[in-house]
Design a protein. Structure first.
Length: 335
């Protein structure tokens, strides 16, 4: 990141003269002022950045980027991050991207405009190289996402292991026709540890394969995120000539929709079809048929990500930290 000294060096002026221009003080010739402004422009150095350096402090803000706050998982994640940041006297700026790349870029520009000292990315929409370039303006921490970049701190759950164990549980209960739901538009299989959705699906497929079962693509439902999506998927399942006998719903909201639609149509759970949620949100235990679900350590993830961001901003110690947390299966009546 450029400094006042860099501006002074490029413009051929003293630091004190640069400071006078930044603060719009008198007694600087128009020729010198223009040279300094041109140097600032060439270096991408903004007056807001200068103001921060002159007073020796940051904005005191940490931006938290999520797809949507209406999803209970992200609501809990943001709550944990914000509570932890407040303990260290940092404010949080919550940005919802709604899955849009442009909205994510706008969030990253908070760093460039010096409105935030760091960004915690709880979902990633753009190419990583583009996002990483904003690191010259502030600190970055990835939370609830995988990231192979060893120069960036990361906090996430062990998705492969969690979904493998959950699938094995269904198989051990005697289910053999297991459907799978995902919120992404499509699942692209990648090497383990690169992509969360890929790791989840791979854990599911590997568990099936070890039991001599191939995943049936007719039972893969993508773009499924909300309760109403769950209702629609259950209606589709009921129309199939060969129906699955279990489903990993991808989220508790989707699972709840499936449960309600199944009961509406006289389908018995788990006798006719077992339904497994993901996240262990509060609704999971309050449904008419309480959900068996894959618990994610959302509070721990948020707390760890916030502490890591604060650690970097305070410069307390060198080095990048990466933390992976275990997922757990919570067994109830639905599976």
């Amino acid at each position: 990141m450029a400094t006042i000294s860099d501006v002074a060096r490029l413009s051929g002026m003293s630091v004190s003269t640069v400071s006078r221009v930044i603060n719009n003080k008198p007694h600087v010739s128009e020729e010198k002022r223009q040279k300094i402004l041109e140097a600032m422009d060439a270096l991408g150095y903004s007056p807001l950045q200068a103001a921060r350096q002159l007073r020796g402090s940051g904005s005191g803000n940490i931006a938290v980027v999520v797809p949507t706050i209406t999803n209970n998982f992200f609501a809990q994640l943001v709550d944990s991050i914000e509570k932890t940041c407040r303990q260290y006297h940092y404010r949080t700026l919550i940005v919802q991207t709604y899955g849009e790349k442009e909205s994510e870029e706008s969030a990253m520009n908070l760093l460039k405009m010096q409105h935030a000292d760091g960004v915690i990315l709880c979902a990633i929409e753009n190419d990583w190289d583009k996002l990483k370039s904003y690191g010259e303006y502030g600190k970055l921490v990835v939370c609830n996402e995988y990231n192979q970049d060893k120069e960036i701190s990361m906090v996430c759950g062990r998705q492969y292991e969690g979904f493998y164990k959950a699938s094995k549980y269904l198989l051990e209960k005697g289910y053999r026709k297991i459907a799978y739901c995902t919120g992404t538009r499509a699942v692209t299989l990648q090497d383990k540890g690169i992509n969360i959705d890929s790791d989840r699906y791979r854990g599911y497929m590997d568990a099936l394969a070890q039991s001599g079962i191939a995943a049936n693509t007719a039972w893969l439902f993508s773009g499924v995120r909300e309760m109403e999506d769950g209702r629609k998927i259950m209606r589709k399942i009921l129309e199939l000539s060969e129906k699955p006998d279990a489903v990993i719903a991808g989220s508790d909201e989707v699972a709840a929709g499936m449960v309600m639609e199944a009961l509406k149509n006289g389908v018995k759970i788990p006798q006719d079809i077992a339904i497994m949620g993901v996240d262990d949100q509060p609704l999971a235990s309050y449904l008419q048929i309480p959900l068996t679900t894959i618990w994610q350590p959302v509070q721990d993830e948020g707390r760890c990500a916030a502490k890591e961001m604060v650690r970097q901003l305070k410069g307390e110690s060198e080095g990048i930290r990466r933390k992976e947390l275990d997922l757990k299966l919570i067994v109830r009546q639905s599976a």
